[in-house]
Ligand binder design. Sequence first.
Ligand SMILES: CC(C)(COP(=O)(O)OP(=O)(O)OC[C@H]1O[C@@H](n2cnc3c(N)ncnc32)[C@H](O)[C@@H]1OP(=O)(O)O)[C@@H](O)C(=O)NCCC(=O)NCCS
Length: 182
Amino acid sequence: MFFREIEKDLRLALTVPQFAEPLFALTDQNREHLKVWLPWLDTVQEVGDTKMFIRDQLIRFAKEEALHLSVFNNNQIVGVVGFNQLDHVNGVGMIGYWLGEEYTGNGVMTKAVKEVIHIGFESWPLQKVEIHCAVDNTVSRAIPERLGFREEGTIRRTAKVNDKHQDHVIYGLLKEEYIFRK
Ligand SMILES: CC(C)(COP(=O)(O)OP(=O)(O)OC[C@H]1O[C@@H](n2cnc3c(N)ncnc32)[C@H](O)[C@@H]1OP(=O)(O)O)[C@@H](O)C(=O)NCCC(=O)NCCS
């Protein structure tokens, strides 16, 4: 498979159908951890659901609408990251991510998001990258805050997750503010 190395033992790869089994297993093991913040867990019940999702994401990638990447740590899939949405009319990419619980707390996702921002600004003429986080999701909010995003405001009751309505904070990083190329 084709990998993009962030550092030794930390790599990104375009998510392809061959990853369906390990990605489904990671999802299945982390349902409780992820369910609090992500709305789609109940739609993934078997490996075929993950495979179908990956195919859809590859079609969206071919249409330049999205980029779904798998995060590999020590040759194991530990999470995902990418552009959930690429809006080429306005030059805006929206990043999303999750990690298996046992892999959190080590800076893996901060490094992965940094790499995705670089890909976004270098591979497409994006002008802005956004990250939307639930107001109470402090560990997720810490990522754009650590990477120098500006907090631009809060949109109220924009998602229903785990039977709770969430307000989301919008973080934005403009191309000219992007100064942390490794
Ligand atoms: C959001 C999520 C990916 C964050 O994971 P995380 O492990 O906290 O994020 P990182 O990998 O960037 O690690 C940051 C932690 O590593 C520590 N760290 C260690 N080395 C680090 C480094 N070189 N750079 C940055 N942080 C580092 C930080 O201090 C921080 O620890 P703390 O949480 O104890 O303060 C994870 O909690 C998750 O998957 N949550 C559920 C899904 C979710 O909420 N997705 C986002 C929806 S918007």
